[in-house]
Design a protein around this ligand. Structure first.
Ligand code: ATP
Length: 328
């Protein structure tokens, strides 16, 4: 059985169109006009138990709407959803006992309570006994290093401390599937790295299935083996990280610093990303041209410095987004 199964899922929103100015406001009250937005458009996919999936796409692509349907917050227009074999529209409460959600931009914790009291509260919601909650808090406070601030009201915590507590609160009942919507947004690089480590550890130890939405390429690269890219409500790519990288690994970035300026030649397989004076950044398609051939015309004595690297994932994803936009 898959942890998540989605078949032909769609969701429309009907929104009021309002023309500008006072006249427009008046018209929208007296004779309102509507338009339909197809936020999610006939998507299908399945996620294996224990998989960490990145579900990404540009702003307004339909990611949050999909998560809301997977967690039973929104009803689908059409199509089927099954999470752990449960239909979220029919058995939302039963599903809630088995899933966890973290929305990086929204607080779930009660800010006037301490993390400890919040965890007790969440434990009670999930019908855990006092003993079970204590045991679970003890486990998680060590893993997530919460000791320093577990008894300080949430409103006085730093963002990084709060997000750690948000994740712990979502894990109190050992969910089998965890939905993470921008879990590292606004965190500094060190805390980001810690949060990623903890997510990975939890996935490994408990085989938790993770459905991740993030605009942070680091989250995707460090955590996920598979990526689904959505745009305008549709899936435009569903592939393994390995395949995506392999496709682009045939391209190398060559950064050259010369002693004396030269005229960069136009050759097949070489794209000049930028060039200024003695510096140039080239992209070499190694299926067309070998790196050594790409630079062999430069006099070795004229080379001050040279670095060869793979195309960064950030660029790969931006390129995929751009290609998708050009097609639509
Ligand atoms: P982001 O990365 O910006 O968070 P997203 O991929 O999560 O974007 P959604 O929030 O799912 O995108 O929105 C998809 C589309 O549906 C957008 O055009 C949005 O304006 C529209 N939409 C979302 N929620 C509603 C709503 N409650 N009422 C009307 N339109 C909505």
């Amino acid at each position: 059985m898959y942890a998540i199964e989605v078949n032909g899922l769609s969701k429309n929103f009907k929104v009021k169109i309002k023309e500008k100015g006072f006249k427009g406001s008046l018209k929208s009250i007296i004779k309102p006009e509507y338009k339909t937005i197809r936020a999610v458009d006939n998507i299908s996919f399945a996620v294996e138990e224990g998989e960490i999936l990145a579900f990404i796409g540009p702003n307004g692509a339909g990611k949050s709407t999909t998560i809301k349907m997977l967690t039973g917050i929104l009803y689908p227009q059409s199509g089927g959803v099954s999470v752990l074999g449960i239909d979220p529209t029919k058995k939302r409460k039963q599903l809630a006992y088995n899933i966890g959600t973290v929305f990086g931009q929204k607080e779930q914790l009660w800010t006037h309570l301490t993390p400890y009291d919040n965890f007790k509260f969440f434990g009670a919601i999930y019908d855990l006994s006092a003993k079970e909650v204590e045991f679970r808090i003890d486990e998680l406070r060590t893993t997530f290093e919460l000791d320093e601030f577990i008894n300080i009201p949430v409103r006085n915590l730093s963002l990084g401390q709060r997000i750690r507590c948000e994740i712990v609160a979502s894990l109190i009942h050992k969910p089998k599937v965890l939905f993470l919507d921008e879990p590292t947004i606004g965190l500094d690089p060190v805390v980001k790295e810690n949060v990623r480590k903890l997510i990975k550890q939890m996935n490994k130890e408990l085989n938790t299935t993770i459905f991740l939405t993030s605009h942070d390429i680091g989250d995707i690269e460090k955590l996920c083996k598979r990526i689904i890219i959505v745009n305008q409500g549709q899936i435009v790519l569903d592939d393994s990280m390995e395949n995506i990288k392999y496709h682009y690994l045939n391209k190398k970035i060559v950064e050259i610093k010369l002693k004396e300026e030269v005229e960069w030649p136009v050759e097949e397989g070489i794209t000049i990303i930028k060039s200024k004076g003695c510096n140039a950044k080239l992209e070499v398609d190694t299926t067309v041209k070998k790196i050594s051939d790409a630079i062999k015309w430069i006099d070795a004595d004229n080379i001050e410095d040279i670095t060869i690297s793979n195309v960064p994932l950030e660029k790969i994803i931006t390129e995929i987004y751009k290609n998708v936009e050009m097609r639509t």
